[in-house]
Design a protein around this ligand. Structure first.
Ligand code: NDP
Length: 289
């Protein structure tokens, strides 16, 4: 049996926070205080927690974060008006709408309302085009979870070039952009989804497996080879029936089989948050170049 390397995010966050603080200070010397504005609708406890974590990290590095709250029943036109005002406001450098939003807002295309150079989530078509084309990292905003995963792999010096990567989950915010970004780093990428056959075989034959499909603890020991050389990135955040937060991987069953694995929580989640803050500084630079 092996002892897998635990790909924890805390030391990565500590290291990155220092350089983010330094970049933030540079802006302050130019009289610019990077400001993030968050639109939060309703009382969803998970959303409130996510937003709080983003604000905390923002303030830790010396940027400001304003949370604009709306009631669950907010009028769509009023909501849209607020977003457009912030889009025009030169003091706001980055903005995003915390998802999910209630039904009456689901038809609004936030990706169009938020200008590409303030789009810290990386959802605007122009930023998606950057992912598609492989634009230089600091020239646009990459979606936060894929960006965070790449940063984590790079911090732990896990190479992608020539590696076989399996990504399970093809959502627009995680699986799909991650596949393209890894392709640009010369990985050989396979995408899996709910219709994929032979998932176990695909998984066993991969060097890196990214679980981003959102089903509690599905990937158990039958999905990995016992050679201790696979890397597992667990993106899933699922609430088990006993209340515990778990990933898509059955951590206890596989950690003695694989070479490296991200914990849940404490792995990909915080990397997503720090990527958002990194995007805020990129946005601030783009607006003040
Ligand atoms: P979506 O629900 O948008 O997409 C899920 C994807 O997984 C779909 O492509 C679906 O396939 C596929 N899928 C579903 N069930 C299976 C299965 N049994 N086998 C193989 N593929 C399957 O998910 P998101 O990308 O939004 O989120 C995925 C997970 O990641 C969730 O647990 C979410 O909470 C978490 N998450 C974590 C973040 C973090 O920072 N750590 C950030 C964002 C999300 P199909 O397309 O065929 O329907």
């Amino acid at each position: 049996f092996f002892m897998a390397l635990l790909l924890k995010s805390d030391s990565v966050i500590e290291t990155l926070s220092l350089s983010l603080s330094a970049r933030c200070l540079k802006f302050k010397e130019r009289g610019i205080i990077p400001k993030l504005q968050v639109f939060l609708v309703g009382e969803n406890p998970a959303s409130i927690l996510y937003v709080r974590n983003k604000k905390k990290l923002c303030e830790k590095i010396g940027a400001t974060c304003e949370i604009v709250r709306f009631s669950e029943s907010v009028d769509p036109e009023k909501f849209e008006r607020h977003i457009l005002e912030s889009a025009q406001n030169v003091e706001v450098h980055g903005m995003f709408v915390q998802l999910p939003v209630p039904k009456q807002l689901s038809d609004i295309s936030f990706d169009h309302l938020i200008p590409p150079n303030k789009d810290v989530d990386g959802f605007h078509a122009q930023n998606i085009f950057g992912v598609f084309s492989g634009f230089p990292d600091n020239s646009y905003m990459r979606p936060c979870t894929p960006k965070g995963i790449l940063t984590l792999l790079s911090y732990y010096k896990i190479p992608l070039s020539g590696k076989r990567v399996l990504i399970i989950g093809r959502s627009k915010i995680v699986g799909r952009p991650l596949a393209l970004l890894m392709l640009h780093q010369d990985a050989t990428v396979t995408m899996a989804h709910s219709k994929t056959a032979n998932l176990q075989e695909l998984s066993k034959n991969s060097d890196i497996v990214v679980a981003a499909f959102g089903r509690s603890e599905i990937l158990d020991e039958t999905y990995f080879r016992p050679t201790g050389d696979q890397t597992i990135i667990d993106v899933g955040i699922n609430r088990r029936s006993d209340g515990k937060l778990v990933g898509d991987v059955k951590f206890d069953a596989v950690q003695s089989l694989v070479g490296a694995i991200t914990p849940v929580p404490g792995g990909v989640g915080p990397m997503t948050v720090i990527s958002l803050i990194d995007n805020l500084l990129i946005a601030t630079e783009l607006q003040n170049a």
